[in-house]
Design a protein around this ligand. Sequence first.
Ligand code: SF4
Length: 226
Amino acid sequence: MNEAIDTGFRIKPFDETLKESGQYPITSSGIKVFQINVGKVCNQACRHCHVDAGPKRTESMPGHIIELCLDVIKKERFPVVDITGGAPEMNPGFRDLVKGSRDAGCHVKTRTNLTILLEEGYGDLPQFFADNRVELIASLPYYLAETTDRQRGAGVFDSSIEALKRLNSLGYGMDGSGLTLNIVYNPCGAFLPPPQKAIEADFRRELKKRHGVSFTGLFTLTNLPV
Ligand code: SF4
């Protein structure tokens, strides 16, 4: 026999919460950010990857879909176009997507795993990013090599630092340049991230002291192990 257990706990209906905060009914006020995932191909195969991306994946947004996205971008002129992957840079249409979005007057953000910027055929990307004023959201699990390499593979930390230095040399992450270089931190185990401001201060101090690297800001992220 099923018997309901009255715990005395009541979940407030969503509509009720909206009404209390003066936001009912919810209405669309337009699209501010047009986010596009261009595929699962990546030069890395991180243990924590929530989209299971990697070098063996073949799913990549085809050129004609990128063209369709650009048609929408040109028509709607979203304030922000936000590109993600995989390693989005590995999609053959990536540069066209960035340039087309910029031509349409959009601010462009892209995710980068940093190490791709050192791979053959991608070395000119930092300059391309700077020329197009692309905002970078760079993943770096931790400011210590051992912890980062455990999650992302041997040598990833050193390559990431080299890429960060290249970006700094172009003005990324430097005061007054207008070139934004944000870092994403995610926990290396089954625990929640520490407060964002605290870990940002740790990264800023340690990356500067150990490697002379600067960045704009840091976001904490909690990966879902799927
Ligand atoms: S770099 Fe990012 S997209 Fe690529 S495997 Fe690692 S977590 Fe996934």
